[in-house]
Design a protein around this ligand. Structure first.
Ligand SMILES: [Zn+2]
Length: 526
């Protein structure tokens, strides 16, 4: 052990003495309240989601926070929802005029990203990753005729493109711009089993869930594409037959981070779809812990987490309730726990803290997108967003995995805070999961706010990595993400302490957080 390490140990022993680390029990009581079976998985727009939002609001009120919604602590958000009526849908591969129907759910399913057109029939062309990254002069559509065609692709991108950049351009809104410019009318994505968190059997069940878009058309630009299909890799051979390529070959290249070939496919696709639409409302919750500095109190450090989960759905092992205990009652419980600590310890911060518990995350980061477009404080006054989503306290907290660590100077601030608590900091060990753009921090990033999200981390090759992988495989977006699972309460308590200390440090720092000069995400701040 180096001397520096020894010093940290002494320091943290002193800290432990001063204030015993929270044991996580209080945090768990909030998780129980949000994720018990009566809450029915807190689907966006459901009565149970409203109940959860009111419960969080009431807690903020009792902790002495001031309301920062548009109706007290609440900010109602209007949604347009749709569901695929599968018995009235069909997908067929057409070869030489002959139609071969695909088994919906087994061979492929109709994607939920945007409402599909009622009918489309078009040729298919394989376009690698279907990716365009102007900064790296990378374009899967260059020199390829995709006009009037449906683009077939595999998610991901070549390994020489940095993770955050690759993640950003795989976001549907970004990808669609380039697809439309190239003249494509739809997409077919071959699922890559090695980059997907969950097996096909669970991915495909999600197709029965309701999809949503913000009702405000200014915030919900039409995708412009007529269809998006997701294909089971085990049956992708039907699509590739006669092309001279196999799915195994393409997946092996993708997994090695190689550039993929481009080629036309023999069949064309005919898709008939039927959807059912409705309108609904769901609520964000916003609350302020007022700052103490006369000038800085008008700036806000945002602490965010999503309340919603996916509700009641297709039963797995007889259980239809998708409780969403870790995803993301855990993060909301952390917001509540931090608010309680601020209150109990009468903590003062120079800047204000803005607690935002959002709806619609599972539908595509919609509640946070709405909040970022209609913030209840001056939009330029949000100096940082620290987001919590499924931080997975499944084992002791020795290291935090940080998304966005090297994108802004929040990373350095976190390193200092973590060191003072004897916690290591590491960059995302699995950038192919695109986590940095997959939760609500991305909505804040897109309006220029430097952001971080962090999880209880594991070292590559450790048994904790196995625990995390198993969790994703069996519990992520499954009914078993419920109150009957092993959770390390102490790790959760320590995580909450770390987050609050980080929020306080950012709030007290005379300097406002800045994106790194070379960060890709800096562009949204200009
Ligand atoms: Zn989720």
């Amino acid at each position: 052990m180096t001397r520096r390490g020894a010093l940290v140990l002494v320091l943290s022993a002193a800290l432990l003495f001063a204030a015993a680390p929270p044991d996580g029990k209080r945090w768990w009581s909030y998780v129980e309240a949000l994720a018990n079976d009566q809450m029915k998985g807190r689907d966006t727009g459901s009565p149970e989601h409203l109940k959860a939002a009111q419960y969080v609001a009431e807690h903020f009120r009792n902790a002495g926070l001031t309301p920062a919604g548009t109706q007290g602590f609440l900010q109602p958000v209007k949604f347009m929802a749709w569901k695929i009526v599968e018995p009235q849908c069909s997908l067929e591969l057409i070869r030489g005029g002959k139609a071969a129907p695909l088994a919906l759910g087994e061979d492929a399913y109709i994607g939920r990203g945007a409402p599909p057109a009622e009918f489309v029939e078009a040729p298919l062309v394989f376009a690698g990753y279907g990716l365009t990254v102007p900064e790296k002069d990378y374009d899967d559509f260059s020199g390829l005729d995709v006009k009037g065609k449906i683009v077939v692709m595999i998610g991901g991108g070549p390994s020489n493109i940095p993770g955050p950049l690759k993640a950003h351009y795989q976001n549907a809104r970004e990808r669609n711009r380039f697809l439309l410019k190239a003249g494509a009318v739809g997409t077919v994505t071959i699922q890559n089993p090695s980059t997907s968190d969950v097996p096909w059997s669970r991915i495909t069940l999600a197709r029965f869930q309701e999809s949503m878009e913000l009702a405000d058309p200014a915030l919900a630009p039409a995708s412009g594409l007529k269809i998006a299909v997701v294909v089971n890799p085990a049956h992708a051979g039907k699509w590739l037959e006669g092309s001279g390529h196999s799915v195994d070959e393409l997946l092996a290249l993708a997994n090695a981070g190689k550039v993929l070939p481009h080629f036309p496919l023999v069949p064309s696709l005919r898709a008939k779809t039927k959807i059912q639409k409705r309108e609904l409302e769901s609520q964000n919750v916003a609350a302020i812990w007022p700052g103490s500095d006369p000038a800085l109190k008008n700036q806000y450090v945002v602490l965010s987490a999503h309340i919603d989960h996916v509700g009641v759905g297709e039963p797995i092992n007889g259980d239809p309730i998708y409780n969403g205990a870790m995803d993301n009652a855990s993060g909301v419980a952390s917001l509540m726990d931090m608010a309680q600590t601020l209150h109990d310890q009468k903590i003062q911060t120079k800047r204000s803290l803005l607690f935002v518990a959002v709806t619609g995350e599972e539908k595509g980061l919609l509640g946070s997108r709405y909040f970022a477009a209609h913030p209840t404080v001056d939009s330029k006054s949000m100096v940082a967003d620290l987001n919590m989503d499924m931080f997975l306290p499944l084992y002791p907290l020795h290291v935090v995995t940080v998304y966005g660590l090297n994108e802004s100077d929040l990373g350095e601030t976190l390193r200092k805070v973590a060191q003072s608590l004897d916690v290591d900091v590491q960059d995302d060990p699995a950038p192919q999961r695109n986590v940095f753009i997959r939760s609500d921090q991305y909505s804040f990033i897109r309006v220029g706010v430097p952001s971080l999200m962090m999880d209880v981390g594991y070292k590559k090759g450790s048994k904790e990595e196995e625990v995390q992988k198993e969790w994703l495989k069996y519990r992520y977006h499954a009914p078993s993400d419920d109150l009957n699972q092993p959770v390390d309460l102490q790790a959760a308590g320590q995580y909450n302490r770390l987050l609050l200390k980080l929020a306080e440090t950012v709030a007290d720092d005379p300097a406002r957080p800045q994106w790194k000069p070379d960060s890709f995400f800096r562009r949204f701040a200009q």
